[in-house]
Ligand binder design. Structure first.
Ligand code: BV8
Ligand code: ZN
Length: 247
């Protein structure tokens, strides 16, 4: 069956071609086409645990070994993931605009691998570890001296350098994201269920300051009613189309 050829609304093309300040917020959906499971899609389950419970400070304090194992499992699948055309299109878009900010909730590092610059990793990165006690940073691969999770020299437990539910985001990164959102002329929300705060408030902050709000998702989200343009479908398809009209 001939799939419907997607085309961008003319009004949106006009906005994109004359904008100077563009911001993109991405979520797990943009990495789905790189083979990475989303957070809440198909149950977001691992063994019998919910991702949201494991990606939380409480979860780590209650069962640090299970949480560490979950992250080691995720790192093992992230290791094989490559940027998909959606990540690559965003890297190209970043070169087209004088003032382009990429804000991601993802911890998979695929935007960096795709060549994007000026990335704000709201929720940190799975490719780094840090000591839960003294904050010392460690590389992704750590020698676990038989203890799970491995220990820092200070005796603290190591954990991935991510922001868990119940933990504050880095103030400098969040301020940077809020500033970019409030100055954006066009704000894209791509592949996110728009549920997690404070990330989910960024598109609305942009809209409040008169930005054109574009949402790209395979299904509607709580943000969709506020969007000026809702592009239903895969991130890679829409972003590749957008890249093409900008070239
Ligand atoms: C904090 C890192 C305060 C770990 C993650 C109001 C204000 C402030 C806080 C809250 C609040 N209400 C509730 C809270 C608490 C909480 C929260 O938001 N809870 C929610 C669930 C209600 N927020 C927090 O705890 C935050 N901290 O506010 O701190 C504070 C201050 C002082 C002292 C103490 C505390 C911290 C939140 C960060 C949590 N960490 N991840 C890790 O990755 O392991 S969040 C996690 O969810 C991931 O990072 C993920 O990216 C993120 C968001 O999910 P999505 O990316 O949207 O993924 P999801 O699966 O949900 O959706 C995928 C979407 O893609 C779907 O819509 C699907 O349709 C679409 N899709 C699929 N395929 C495609 C596609 N779209 C396009 N193309 C495709 N091919
Ligand atoms: Zn330490």
């Amino acid at each position: 069956m001939e799939t419907l050829k997607k085309s961008l609304p003319d009004k949106l093309v006009g906005c994109l071609q004359c904008a100077q300040r563009v911001v993109v917020l991405t979520g797990a959906g943009i990495s789905a086409e790189s083979g990475l499971p989303t957070f809440r899609g198909d149950g977001g389950l691992w063994k019998k645990y919910k991702a949201d419970d494991l990606a939380s400070l409480d979860g780590f304090l209650q069962k640090p070994d299970v949480v560490w194992e979950w992250y080691e499992y995720r790192r093992s699948i992230y290791a094989h993931a490559r940027p998909n055309p959606g990540h690559l299109a965003l890297a190209e878009m970043g070169k087209f605009y004088a003032d382009f900010t990429l804000i991601t909730q993802n911890t998979d590092g695929l935007h960096l691998a795709a060549g994007s610059e000026n990335i704000l990793e709201l929720h940190g990165s799975l490719h780094r570890n840090r000591c839960h006690l003294c904050g010392k940073l460690y590389p992704e691969q750590v020698v676990s001296n038989g203890q799970v999770p491995p220990r820092c020299g200070c005796g603290g437990m190591l954990r991935p350098d991510v922001v868990w539910f119940g933990e504050p985001l880095s103030p400098s990164i969040l301020d940077g994201a809020l500033r970019a959102a409030s100055e954006a002329q066009v704000f894209f929300s791509v592949g996110t269920s728009a549920l997690v705060q404070p990330a989910a408030s960024l598109p609305l902050a942009a809209k409040k300051r008169r930005a054109v709000l574009v949402e790209i998702n395979i299904e509607p989200t709580p943000l969709s009613p506020a969007a000026d343009f809702f592009l239903e479908g895969k991130a890679s398809e829409w972003l590749t189309l957008i890249k093409e009209v900008l070239q």
